[in-house]
Design a protein around this ligand. Structure first.
Ligand code: ADP
Ligand code: MG
Length: 261
């Protein structure tokens, strides 16, 4: 049995999964040149679902996440996000990017802009939000991630955990309906992991649809309604967390879990 690393009480009663489909992926395949990186991916994500994706390094987790907001192109099959099919139509890509927020392992903040400016940049330039309104929205989300007092500092003056919370706040300023996380805590010192996970738990409690690539299995147990295991470009196994951890079906999943837990 896996120990929960989360000390925070998590309120799962708030985390309703609706009947509405947020993301539909059908028979999706992707190649990098001749390398077949994603093989026949089928995945339906309902609105309100919290999905944790795990698997060995190189299994295609980041590529899958990046295909969902079209940072990478797929070559076969369909990806439909919020009813919009991802194709080379630029209008579709803009629409998807405005509805899907993303946080990476490295926070990718602009070092020469203040925290507040990092958060208002896209709303002002992409959404044409008036500056004052963008700043109000940014302060709202900086309060939510508990660092409004850092608004006028530069990223380099903040800890890694604080910078990642800024990155989350910055995504939220675009009012996304879906959040994608790609190993958001794996570059952080242990004492900072919890503060970022707590922020993600709050988002989950507010009903955000989330796909998180993470090896934080305490988070997966506390928050996820589904855990997906990938290996060699395929979804090998998926299940609700208790079954997934206590009763993994495939040998590859068993081996992976024995190595990380
Ligand atoms: P994961 O996130 O599970 O570690 P990735 O999606 O990053 O896996 O990578 C899957 C595979 O694709 C790896 O073998 C990686 O080397 C390869 N890969 C990733 N990005 C590229 C790229 N831009 N060009 C070519 N190969 C890539
Ligand atoms: Mg990765």
């Amino acid at each position: 049995m896996v120990e929960l690393t989360q000390e925070r009480a998590v309120d799962r009663s708030q985390m309703q999964v609706s009947d509405e489909v947020a993301i539909e992926i059908r028979n999706m395949n992707k190649w990098y040149g001749t390398f077949h990186v994603l093989r026949d991916i089928n995945l339906t994500v309902q609105r309100g679902e919290r999905i944790v994706i795990c698997g060995p390094s190189g299994s295609g987790k980041s590529t899958l996440i990046r295909c969902i907001n079209r940072l990478e192109e797929h070559q076969a099959g369909d990806i439909i996000v919020d009813g919009t099919e991802l194709s080379s139509d630029l209008k579709n890509i803009d629409k998807i990017r405005s509805e899907v927020g993303m946080c990476f392992q490295h926070f990718n903040l602009f070092p020469h802009l203040t925290i507040l400016e990092n958060c208002t940049l896209a709303p002002i330039w992409v959404r044409n939000t008036p500056k004052k309104e963008a700043e109000e929205i940014a302060m709202h989300f900086l309060e939510k991630v508990k660092i409004p007092d850092q608004a006028h500092k530069y990223p380099g003056m903040l800890s890694g955990g604080q910078q990642q919370r800024v990155a989350i706040a910055r995504s939220l300023c675009m009012k996304p309906r879906i959040m994608l996380f790609d190993e958001p805590t794996s570059a952080l010192d242990p004492e900072m992991i919890k503060e970022v996970l707590d922020t993600m738990i709050e988002l989950a409690e507010e009903g955000m649809t989330m796909l998180c690539v993470t090896h934080e299995m305490g988070f997966a147990q506390a928050v996820a309604n589904r855990v997906i295991f990938m290996d060699q470009g395929q979804i090998v196994e998926q299940n609700e967390p208790t079954e997934f951890f206590n009763n993994p079906q495939s040998e590859r999943t068993q081996l992976f879990l024995s190595q990380i837990i």
